[in-house]
Design a protein around this ligand. Structure first.
Ligand code: FES
Length: 63
């Protein structure tokens, strides 16, 4: 399950860590009540939508 950590500052930084193979929809309209995850609220804002992020099923080998 994704874990979320936000550093409070003038320009907050949110980090989302995913499990291998996990897929999430991240909000980029700032209207979500579940930020940083999309909750469908973007449908009120034409032209807006989430970004889908998917972690690889296995860790990169670093080659
Ligand atoms: S709620 Fe913001 S992109 Fe979906």
């Amino acid at each position: 399950m994704a874990t979320v950590q936000t550093q409070s500052s003038e320009h907050p930084l949110t980090t989302v860590k995913l499990e291998p193979g996990e897929r999430v929809a991240l909000c980029r309209c700032f209207a979500s009540g579940k930020f940083p995850f999309c909750d469908g609220s973007h449908k009120q804002h034409p032209g807006k939508g989430p970004v889908i992020v998917e972690a690889p099923k296995s860790a990169p080998t670093g080659d």
